[in-house]
Every structure is written in structure tokens, then in C-alpha cells.
Design a protein around this ligand. Structure first.
Ligand SMILES: [Zn+2]
Ligand SMILES: [Zn+2]
Length: 167
């Protein structure tokens, strides 16, 4: 995911990159290729990139334990100032390119931003019903026969005792 920007004239250019998740070192959760689409606005002293990444993660649902694929998308902007040496600013989206540089390598940024875009909760769908805590049936494929209001058998002797005391 390297842009050799010296090959481009000033103006707007659409760029597309594809790299395997494995090559980007994204870890075992990610599968297939990662796509990077950028619009590069190049002028004499700066390069502005508006990019979108698309990766695919193979996850296990926290609720129903089913395996599923989720696409992880992320938009980001980067500004590169050419021919200006500056201390790195607080704004991490601004980078400096020394005059002898002719390339921008986005692989590290794509890797980091993709990992950041990964949701904390892994759900096969927003309304996943999960598994029945009693029989373990996947409730997404239909209700089970367990009575959800049924009293947990552990408490039965106590309730009987309570009845006795009340009478
Ligand atoms: Zn699920
Ligand atoms: Zn059940």
C-alpha cells in the first residue's frame, strides 16, 4: 500500500490498493484481502488523502457462539506536508515529507486503523437472541421448550420451607 506520489501530476487521483490480511499482520481474526480506496489531492506543497479501508474479520458471536464474517470499514484522512520539516504535531493526521521522499506507505496506518475499528462486542447480528441458558439451544433458530418462568430447582426446598412456615 505504497503511493509513489512523484509519479502523479498535481490534481485529484483515485487510487486502489489490495493486500492480504496476513501480509498486513492483522492477526488471526482477519481473513481475505484488505481493500484501501483513496482520493489523493496533490499539490506542490501538500498531499491530502481521503481514504476508506475494508477488511473482513472472522469472529465468534459472544451470545450464540456461531462463527460469522463481519466487514470492518473505516474512513480516514491524512495530510502530508512536503518540503517542511517540523516536529510531529499533536494532530496525528498531519505528517511531514522530507524533499528526498517520493513515497507514502499506508500499510501501517491501515493496519492500526483497522484494528481500532474492530468492535469490542462480537455479535453475529444486533438482535442475536443467544443460547437458552437451560438447554443450550440457539434461540435464533426458534424457541425451545424450556419454561423461562420455571423456578430453578435449587430453590424449591427453600420455597417449600417458606410455605410451611407461613401455614
Ligand atoms: Zn449470535
Ligand atoms: Zn431451552
Amino acid at each position: 500500500m505504497i503511493i509513489k506520489f512523484t509519479n502523479f501530476a498535481d490534481g485529484i487521483h483515485e487510487l486502489e490498493f489490495r493486500e492480504s490480511a496476513e501480509k498486513l499482520n492483522l492477526g488471526s481474526d482477519f481473513v481475505d484481502d484488505v481493500l484501501l480506496n483513496c482520493e489523493m489531492d496533490k499539490s506542490a506543497h501538500q498531499i491530502v488523502l481521503r481514504c476508506n479501508t475494508q477488511a473482513t474479520a472472522h469472529l465468534i458471536c459472544d451470545r450464540c457462539t456461531k462463527e460469522y464474517d463481519q466487514s470492518i470499514n473505516h474512513d480516514f484522512n491524512m495530510i502530508y506536508l512536503i518540503d517542511k520539516s517540523g516536529d510531529s504535531e499533536d494532530d496525528t493526521n498531519i505528517h511531514f515529507l522530507s524533499p528526498d521522499q517520493d513515497k507514502i506507505n499506508l500499510s501501517k496506518d491501515v493496519k492500526e486503523l483497522t484494528l481500532l475499528a474492530m468492535p469490542m462486542k462480537h455479535l453475529c447480528s444486533e438482535d442475536c437472541k443467544g443460547l437458552c441458558p437451560k438447554c443450550g439451544k440457539d434461540l435464533n433458530s426458534g424457541e425451545c421448550n424450556c419454561n423461562k418462568d420455571e423456578i430453578n430447582p435449587v430453590w424449591e426446598p427453600l420455597l417449600k420451607l417458606k410455605d410451611k412456615l407461613n401455614n
